[in-house]
Design a protein around this ligand. Structure first.
Ligand code: ADP
Ligand code: UDP
Length: 236
C-alpha cells in the first residue's frame, strides 16, 4: 500500500490518500488541542500511544460486532483505515457527570448517570461544536433518521463493550465521543477511541487519567495515557 498526499490535517491526526481508492492512512501526530483548538501543545510519544491504544480498542469493538474503519497498524504512529464519508455529528454517551454536562445543566461532577445519556454535537470548530438534536440533523441534512438510529444503537453498544473492559482495569468510563461515516453506504465507526476523546477516572481515587489532565494543566498527560493502556494490556 503506497502512501500518497496528505488530504486533511486535523488538530491531532492527518489523513493520507493511498493507491487504493477504498483506503486512507491515518497518522497520529504528537499535537494536542483543547477548547476547539484554542489550547495547543506538542506531547512527546502521544502519536504512538494513541495509535496503539486506538488499535487495541477498535479490535475489541470489531470482535464484539461493532463495524469499524480500522484495518491494521502500519507503523508506530500510522494505521490503515477504510475511506469514509464522515457524518459531521459527534455522538457522546455519559455514565458519570463531567465537562459540558455540568456546565449546561448544573449537575454535580462525578454523579452517576443512570441510564446513561446520549447527546449529539455538530462537528464544527468555528461554532464551538454546538449541541444539536435529531431534528436539526435531519432538517439540515447532516444525518438521516435511519443513520441517527444506527449511530445511537452503536454508541450504546460501544458503551456496553467498553465499560466492563475499563472496569476490569480499575477505571470508570465517564464519557466518550464517537464519529461515524459511510463506507459504500454502510454506516461504520470511524475516527479514534483514545484518552483524547473520552474521560477515564481511577475507580478508587477518581483521579483523572484522560485529556482533562491537559485541559486542566494536571501534568503527566502521556504517562497517564500509558498507564490506562497498561491496565488494559495494550503493548506500546
Ligand atoms: P479534527 O478534524 O477534529 O481536528 P483530527 O485531528 O482527529 O480531528 O483529524 C482527523 C480527521 O479525520 C477528523 O476530521 C475525522 O472526522 C476524519 N476521519 C476519521 N476517520 C476517517 C476515515 N476513516 N475516513 C475519512 N475521514 C476520517
Ligand atoms: N469530546 C471530544 N471532542 C470534542 C468534544 C468532546 O472528544 O470535540 C469528548 C470529551 O473528551 C469527553 C466527551 O466528548 O470525553 C464529552 O465532552 P463534553 O461535552 O463534556 O465537552 P468538554 O468538557 O470537553 O468541552
Amino acid at each position: 500500500m503506497q502512501k500518497l498526499e496528505e488530504l486533511y490535517k486535523g488538530k491531532a491526526k492527518s489523513v493520507y490518500a493511498t493507491d487504493d481508492a477504498d483506503h486512507f492512512i491515518m497518522h497520529f501526530r504528537n499535537d494536542t488541542s483543547a477548547f476547539d483548538g484554542k489550547k495547543l501543545a506538542q506531547l512527546d510519544r502521544k502519536g504512538m500511544v494513541n495509535n496503539k491504544f486506538n488499535a487495541f480498542i477498535m479490535a475489541k469493538l470489531q470482535e464484539a460486532g461493532v463495524p469499524t474503519h480500522f484495518e491494521k497498524l502500519l507503523s508506530d504512529t500510522e494505521c490503515l483505515v477504510k475511506k469514509l464519508k464522515m457524518i459531521p455529528v459527534e455522538c457522546v454517551i455519559r455514565n458519570y457527570a463531567a465537562g459540558s454536562l455540568c456546565r449546561r445543566l448544573g449537575i454535580q461532577e462525578g454523579r452517576h448517570i443512570s441510564p446513561p445519556t446520549f447527546e449529539l454535537f455538530l462537528k464544527d470548530d468555528s461554532l464551538g461544536d454546538p449541541m444539536i438534536n435529531d431534528s436539526h440533523a435531519e432538517t439540515f441534512g447532516w444525518a438521516t433518521k435511519a443513520q441517527l438510529q444506527q449511530m445511537r444503537e452503536l454508541t450504546y453498544k460501544v458503551n456496553e463493550v467498553l465499560q466492563p473492559l475499563f472496569e476490569q482495569g480499575g477505571m470508570l468510563l465517564v464519557d466518550f465521543k464517537l464519529e461515524f461515516g459511510l463506507f459504500h453506504d454502510q454506516l461504520i465507526l470511524g475516527d479514534e477511541f483514545s484518552p483524547d476523546g473520552c474521560r477515564l477516572w481511577d475507580a478508587e481515587t477518581r483521579e483523572k487519567m484522560d485529556k482533562d489532565r491537559f485541559r486542566q494543566d494536571l501534568g503527566n498527560v502521556i504517562e497517564f495515557y500509558e498507564e490506562v493502556g497498561k491496565r488494559l494490556g495494550v503493548v506500546f
